[in-house]
Design a protein around this ligand. Structure first.
Ligand SMILES: NC(=O)c1ccc[n+]([C@@H]2O[C@H](COP(=O)([O-])OP(=O)(O)OC[C@H]3O[C@@H](n4cnc5c(N)ncnc54)[C@H](O)[C@@H]3O)[C@@H](O)[C@H]2O)c1
Length: 382
């Protein structure tokens, strides 16, 4: 049983608690959050030691591994502290705001013989993993045109100020693009070589990168397009069978416009309240990240509410996938594999590659040119 310490009891950290409780290979040994009393009232944390300083948790409890779910700009400090303590690490996406920091963390873990993986991201989801397996089998020929399109109200959800600052890993490119680039890379089954992007900051009242349009070229000739728009005019669950990101049913709704101006303190309070229920653990449908389409030489794949649709010379077929393991249980499965020394996709090097793409999107948009990618292989190609 892997004794896990959890740092960061916000939206991402709380979303992991049911999966940790249900997982056969992991047990929650301690939690840590800088907010005094953060663990109070959270189901399942009764009797679990809680700390406010990560150093105290690392020194005070016997652990095998740590989950880092703190704000993105703090990941480097917390991953470093855990590795220095000789512990395996599961780090939230995006791994860190800068590729050099990510590469250093990946190298540090490798030198120490410790597992470092990055998740949850939506390429852990079963439909994406099955689409990748089908593409890797070669039955549909080479992947060609891949796309992920996601529309949400991301910009207007309650946030910490840092979440809107791209230099700290904020804005939709780092926060949401990290899912999209991961999905496209997983489906391309080859390293990305360059990209061209445009980013959009469309609301002067809420400055951030709130939308982007990115085209990635992969070494095998595939291209992947990621469109994200977080300005709330449209919700792409209307394109995904009325199913929301975590697999719950979602009715079409009126456009979500900004709530009345809140003070930073009030916005933080609303964020902390929302964190308790923001991410569903169990749902009647598969999770997804908007509309994912994959055209290959001899066929086509897309997600469906229950799994995926395969269009090929054999006809049109739905592949229904099981719902018994939640997305985060699948992340923990991969973490256990990594700790056991089995090969996994979402390594520290892969996390660094995804951060390189996020950074390159911002550079491409700022400099209005194609950006070459240098840290992408060989993880994606198998
Ligand atoms: N995979 C996903 O679906 C998903 C969803 C949301 C967020 N995230 C990622 O999770 C990370 C956190 O985002 P969030 O929305 O949960 O933020 P959040 O603000 O809700 O949670 C962060 C928590 O970390 C705590 N914290 C801050 N500094 C700390 C410190 N020095 N030591 C210990 N605790 C500290 C805060 O008090 C807070 O409770 C980000 O990297 C984000 O990209 C991933």
């Amino acid at each position: 049983m892997i004794r896990l310490g959890l740092i960061g009891l916000g939206a991402a950290g709380q979303a992991f608690l049911p999966a940790i409780a249900a997982h056969e290979g992991v047990t929650l040994a301690a939690t840590c959050d800088a907010r005094e009393g953060a663990a109070e009232g959270i189901a399942g944390l009764e009797g679990v030691p809680s700390f406010t300083d990560p150093a105290d948790m690392l020194a005070g409890v016997t652990l095998d591994a740590v989950y880092v779910g703190t704000p993105t700009d703090l990941h480097e400090d917390h991953v470093t502290a855990a590795l220095d303590a000789g512990l395996h690490v599961l780090c939230e996406k995006p791994m860190a705001p800068g590729v050099e920091d990510c590469l250093a963390l990946a190298a540090k873990a490798e030198a120490a013989g410790l597992a470092l993986i990055v998740g949850h991201s939506h390429s852990h989801d079963l439909p994406i993993r099955r689409m990748r397996e089908i593409i890797l089998s070669g039955d549909l020929g080479a992947p060609a045109i891949l796309s992920n399109t996601c529309y949400s109200d991301w910009v207007y959800r309650p946030r910490r100020p840092e979440e809107l600052r791209p230099e700290l890993g904020g804005g939709v490119t780092f926060r949401q693009g990290a899912h999209q680039f991961d999905i496209l890379s997983a489906l391309a089954c080859a390293p990305a070589v360059s990209l061209r992007a445009t980013t959009y900051d469309l609301d002067p009242e809420r400055p951030t990168i709130g939308a982007h349009n990115v085209t990635i070229r992969f070494a095998n000739g595939a291209t992947g397009t990621a469109i994200y728009n977080g300005y709330g005019w449209f919700d792409s669950s209307e394109l995904t069978g009325g199913v929301a990101e975590w697999g719950t049913a979602k009715e079409p709704a009126a456009p979500k416009r900004p709530a009345a101006a809140a003070s930073p303190e009030e916005e933080l309070r609303r964020k902390q309240e929302r964190a308790r229920t923001a991410i569903a653990d169990r749902a009647p449908h598969q999770p997804h990240f908007g509309l994912t389409l994959a055209s290959c030489e001899r066929g086509f794949l897309r997600q469906s509410p229950q799994g995926l649709m395969l269009h090929s010379a054999a006809g049109r077929q739905e592949i229904v996938l099981p719902l018994d393991r939640s997305p985060r249980m699948q992340v923990l499965d991969e973490f256990c594999d990594a700790i056991a020394g089995r090969p996994v996709l979402h390594t520290g090097a892969h996390g660094a590659a995804m951060t390189e793409i996020c950074e390159a999107v911002l550079r491409s948009a700022a400099e209005n040119r194609e950006i070459e990618l240098l840290h992408q292989g060989p993880g994606n190609g198998d």
